[in-house]
Design a protein around this ligand. Structure first.
Ligand code: ZN
Length: 287
């Protein structure tokens, strides 16, 4: 947040410096677009092979083989979800929220990819459907499915409000991963990372730059769907903030379950599908 009364004096050419036009940091024009037509053809012949219900103020893990689809579905009421993704065979490869944001912008929708951490930098998942894509950006500059928030966590909650709250998404994800892998929650929390905020409606306050949120426009029946690029272990937390209209680290908000469904394409379609390659940098980092 910038100060109301800056201490640094403005230089004579301040207006000219401010008037310089920005350029896109990471133009993605050269990035091959995802083949959504092919993905949708694969999806048409797919059958559901798993369904996981995530209880309110808790999280669950799920597994999605490469070339399969997964759908996050609103079922009982407006509810936000915090999503973590790992390479199922190597937890050090995990979703890289910051670089995904740098490449695709603050909020994701159909055609955007969830990129993995360095040195891998490959699309772990591609968004193939999003029933909230109609929302766009509203008058407050807010939109849905952000990669700007981190996940609600008990450390920040304690810092700002005191107390010991155990159902922040960070703790929910840690407990779910611990249960899945036979770890303690303390061991598992080292693997918890910045999320895709599924269904959350957020932006930045234009005056202060602060992270803002408002009631999610999601309703039961809405979903976002992904094609898994690699074998995935996922974890989804049904945030204690519910629709995140007011607060996000307490038992005050109305909370609802979320559902994750996994779909397997027909055998021929799956056999013909190719997983995305790892990033092409040689990792020598110069002399
Ligand atoms: Zn949360």
């Amino acid at each position: 947040m910038k100060p109301d009364r800056p201490e640094g004096p403005e230089p004579p050419d301040a207006a000219a410096r401010r008037a310089v036009r920005p350029v896109t940091c990471y133009p993605v024009d050269g990035l091959p677009p995802p083949d959504l037509a092919r993905a949708r053809a694969m999806r048409q012949g797919a059958t559901r092979v798993a369904r996981v219900v995530v209880p309110p103020r808790d999280a669950r893990c799920f597994r999605v083989p490469a070339g399969h689809f997964f759908r996050i579905l609103s079922i009982d009421g407006p509810q936000v979800g915090d999503l973590n993704l790992w390479n199922a065979a190597d937890l050090s490869e995990r979703f890289y929220s910051g670089k995904t944001r740098a490449l695709h912008g603050t909020h994701l929708s159909t055609g955007d990819r969830m990129w993995s951490s360095l040195p891998h930098l490959r699309p772990m998942a591609t968004i193939t459907a999003d029933t909230l894509d109609w929302y766009g950006f509203d008058a407050f500059g807010c939109s849905v499915h952000d990669v700007i928030g981190t996940r609600c966590d008990p450390y920040t909650h304690n810092l700002l409000s005191g107390g010991q709250y155990h159902h922040c998404c960070h703790s929910n994800l840690a407990r779910a991963l611990a249960a899945e892998l036979g770890l303690t929650p303390r061991e598992a929390e080292a693997h918890v990372h910045d999320v895709l905020n599924v269904f959350m409606c957020t932006g930045f306050d234009r005056a202060t730059g602060q992270y803002i949120m408002k009631a999610s426009p999601v309703r039961p029946g809405d979903f976002i769907e992904f094609l898994a690029g690699i074998d995935l272990l996922g974890a989804l937390s049904a945030c204690p903030g519910g629709d995140c209209s007011a607060e996000h680290s307490s038992d005050a908000a109305a909370c609802f379950p979320l559902c994750v469904e996994v779909y397997r394409p027909a055998a021929e379609a799956l056999a013909a599908w190719q997983p995305p390659p790892r990033g092409g940098y040689d990792r020598t980092h110069g002399p």
